[in-house]
Design a protein around this ligand. Structure first.
Ligand SMILES: [Zn+2]
Length: 505
């Protein structure tokens, strides 16, 4: 079968475009990462997973990938999503709210970026080749702002350095928000009491550098002490690690304007060349039909969902959460529900059972034909075809579930030859969708080493085994009840005792 081409919907052209890397079979792309002022929520991760799936799909057709995803740890202001360069720095605001918990804003940034990377691994996202931080690329950002100033695209005021949108006639080509429309909006904004720089020449001019000697994170620059605007970091870091022209740029739909529009203006003004060929945007996520909001109790961080119940989380298996987020295609708004989460948890448990059956059959190596290989091959092609068609994850999952159900139906009657095919199929599906097995080779070993809950559970199980040996069944049952309350299910079998976290959604 010849592989169909890889197509993704391109916000820039308004249609599905064939992904054509500048260097054939090597996709180089950049995905906007989080601002690390709190735990990432499931909507953030829906967008990060899109980037993960782009990498996985490209790799599945034999391409190399260079995947860069940044960490924003300075310069993202509270009003940046609507108006540029007004409001408070999100990092500073978080520090003010977190009070005593962090010694300073740098500690806060480090804490939440570590948490982000933990969640990233838990949800089985492929690791970017580079994860650059804005604060570690200050020199490059200052040089870029200087270059824009020298080329006449930027001007300095008493408060900072701004990009002049009137100097870039293509401004608006991604979002459709043109500089002219902004004049009207700008007038309206001026009449509200947004803090605007009176020296700004056009309401849509955006900050490249903010002068601020009181800011918690500041650097010395040709314009005095201050910090960079939010948009410049992504242009600079994409160019630093990929080049002046990149194949693809991804992010959440809320970033189309102003963030990505500004990235294009900056990069293309510096290089005089088109910046990214393809722009891929993930649509928003709702929870039970409502916008997620911190003021309601529907604001779900990955942490809240996957942390064990013993430490206040909901104990959702991370792969079940990942599968739920894959159950809607990235380009359609997604309604996250606990029903979907329950369904996914059931599927994940089924997959786990089938994986064990297959590994057992592989070890037993019973004689017989490979009577599943052909059908599984078809199902893999269907899943890959779906992913190549604008990351149609629901269809890819449907093909996966069909294969898993088929294997479950066969049960322990798999021949060694059939088990080999089944095992290879599970591996390939896992590489494509990341829902079969956690990333670590030996998940149990790493669980024992790093997880304090696992240590506690193992300790209690040892005590229980001892109690049973001493025929103190009352004590053994009491320990089992204690484990039960911790959300741990204990399974005894002739081979010994195993345990797992209970799924309770
Ligand atoms: Zn960005």
């Amino acid at each position: 079968m010849s592989t169909p081409s890889f197509r993704l919907y391109n916000t820039l052209t308004g249609q599905p475009d064939v992904v054509e890397p500048a260097e054939p079979r090597h996709l180089r792309f950049y995905a906007c990462g989080p601002t690390v002022y709190s735990y990432a929520h499931i909507g953030n991760f829906r967008s990060f997973i899109t980037a993960d799936l782009i990498a996985r799909t490209a790799q599945a057709i034999g391409w190399d990938t260079t995947f860069v995803s940044n960490i924003t740890d300075v310069g993202h202001l509270t009003e940046d999503d609507v108006a540029d360069a007004t409001g408070e720095d999100k990092m500073a605001k978080a520090l003010r709210k977190e009070g005593q918990r962090f010694a300073n804003v740098w500690d806060l940034a480090r804490y939440f970026s570590d948490a982000l990377i933990d969640d990233w691994h838990a949800l089985n996202l492929v690791e970017p080749d580079v994860r650059p931080r804005a604060t570690e690329h200050m020199q490059q950002q200052i040089l870029a702002v200087q270059a824009l100033q020298e080329k006449g695209f930027a001007y300095e005021t008493k408060k900072g350095v701004y990009f002049s949108v009137e100097k870039f006639p293509e401004y608006g080509k991604l979002s459709g928000n043109t500089a002219e429309e902004a004049l009207v909006e700008g007038a309206a904004a001026q009449s509200r009491d947004t803090v605007q720089d009176p020296e700004k020449r056009h309401p849509r001019d955006f900050a490249l550098w903010k002068k601020d000697e009181k800011h918690l994170m500041q650097w010395h620059s040709p314009w005095g002490w201050g910090f960079p605007g939010w948009h410049i970091e992504c242009s600079v870091m994409a160019m630093e690690y990929i080049g002046e022209q990149i194949d693809l740029h991804a992010g959440g739909e809320d970033l189309i304007f102003p963030h990505h529009e500004c990235e294009i203006a900056q990069a293309e003004s510096i290089t005089g060349k088109p910046f990214a060929k393809l722009w891929v945007h993930t649509r928003f996520l709702q929870v039970e039909g409502e916008k997620m909001s911190k003021s309601k109790d529907n604001f779900l961080t990955v942490r809240d969902l996957i942390a064990p119940e013993a430490v206040g989380g909901r104990g959702i298996p991370p792969l079940a959460l990942r599968m739920t987020l894959l159950s809607g295609q990235y380009r359609k708004p997604f309604n996250f529900t606990f029903d979907k989460l329950r369904d996914s948890a059931r599927h994940i448990q089924r997959i786990e059972t089938v994986d064990q059956l297959v590994q057992q059959a592989l070890a037993e190596d019973a004689p017989g034909d490979d009577f599943v290989g052909e059908r599984l091959g078809e199902l893999y092609d269907r899943a890959l075809g779906a992913m190549l068609d604008d990351l149609n994850t629901p269809e890819a999952l449907a093909a996966t579930i069909e294969g898993v159900k088929m294997l479950q139906g066969i049960g322990s009657n798999l021949s060694g030859a059939a088990a080999t095919s089944a095992s290879e199929w599970l591996d390939k599906i896992n590489q494509l969708l990341g829902i079969i097995r956690p990333q670590t080779e030996d998940a149990d070993a790493s669980k024992d080493e790093t997880d304090p809950l696992a240590e506690k559970v193992e300790g209690l199980l040892e005590k229980r085994a001892q109690a049973r040996k001493n025929k103190d069944f009352e004590r053994a049952d009491a320990i089992r009840d204690e484990l039960d309350e911790m959300g741990i299910e204990v399974m005894d079998s002739p081979e010994g005792t195993t345990w797992r976290r209970k799924v309770s959604v």
